[in-house]
Design a protein around this ligand. Sequence first.
Ligand code: BES
Ligand code: ZN
Length: 487
Amino acid sequence: MPGIGGSRLGPLGTRIRKTTEQKGLIMIDSAVEKYLSANQERFLEELCEYLRFPSVSAQPHHASDMRACADWLAAHCQKMGLEVECCPTAGNPIVLARTPRTKGSRKPHFVVYGHYDVQPPEPLELWQSPPFEPQVDGDRLRARGSSDNKGQHFAHLKAVEAYLRTGKELPCDLTFLVEGEEEVGCTHLGDFLRRRRRDLRCEAIVISDTGMPSPKHPALTYALRGIAAMEVVVTGPDRDLHSGIFGGSVDNPAMVLCELMAHLRDAKGRITVPGFYEGVRNLKGFEREQIARLPFTESKEARFLGVKQMRGEQGFSFLEQRSARPTCEINGLTSGYQGEGSKTIIPSWARAKLTFRLVPDQSPDQVIRRVTAHLKKVCPPTVRLEVIPGHGGAPYLLDPRGPLAQASLRALRESFRCEPILLREGGSIPIVNEFKRLLGVDSLLLGLALPDANAHSPNETMSLNLFRKGMRMAAVLWPELAAAAQK
Ligand code: BES
Ligand code: ZN
């Protein structure tokens, strides 16, 4: 790190001179800071309470847990001094919590988005402690949802609590919007945004639901991949058949499905669906520079992931492959006998769950159409093929030169005391494009999850250090963003 008062190269090659203190920029209020440090233990206990709800949106038997979790969050926000609405939808409720508005004041307004739903915790036997019984282990808090996403938006809530309880005036109005269907494609949030467009009119959306490469690399994520999900069903004989009596004369749906899946990608790792790459943008010079700053090497990454070697589309580094290139993944494959021992059958059917990750400017609908046409073309006439479209979300790209993005970078720099990075990430948050389309605003993605947080895997964790730093970042953010919005 260069010394104080030195000059160094920041995101987009801008020269950063002097420290923020010397430049007279807005600093964290000392009463707010004191409140945050004095209440750390309670914050952790409250987060644990929140994490005890098994709010798994993908599994219908958790419907009442979803409601209980939303109710708990709404009550918690109310206790904090926010004005709360727990809004029913055709799916899981959406919690809206607003900072009290002062009559006549015209402050800028920001929406903080988060999701209280979590991914299924299975396989349970791989957890070191039960997924919905949070455990502290050194710097880590282990529980499903700890970093994706309860811990991250909870840090924002606690920063606002610090303002409210110390009487420090917030320089902007805030609305927390916490939904319960992000992990299943934000099913009902689009409609909600349309209905509540006026209440949600704002300068930008702030989201902490992404990653940072290390505690020394706070990040503004300026691009997310989109997603197109589908299920492919191959049906053959109208019942399972004896594979000795009939095998060799009837097509096996499991084998056909494997052939179809093999038709999706070539030996160079390129997707073979005609037209798939149409609209895919090349990386810009500054993007390559930012990727080069990341603290990863291919061999270390392979060790970390427990694979023999990394593999992806030829001609791109593994960091480019996982963030700036589109992909196809089989997420689940089911057919035939899965129990103990063997059973000699030709299964009647086979199914695959697929998701394609998309990059600007691919469109989920078009990808689903193209993949369906391709599979229909290569499928033999001996089986029935059904392609069932699933959820979709467009890719997202923000211009990081904008004033609000730059203000976020200042907040990251000030709170983490190191140079932030601009990140393209491979994950998807389908609603960010709807925010843009329906509300006309950008999303500022300021993630607090480390690469080894095990999001969607067994033993998900949140770093307690980042939980604390996240609260500080959230406290510093509002003066920076409000000032930038008023310029
Ligand atoms: N928090 C993630 C998204 C994410 C993670 C973005 C890491 C960037 C870096 C979010 O909860 C998530 O998992 N989204 C799903 C969306 C899908 C189910 C539609 C995803 O990306 O698989
Ligand atoms: Zn997730």
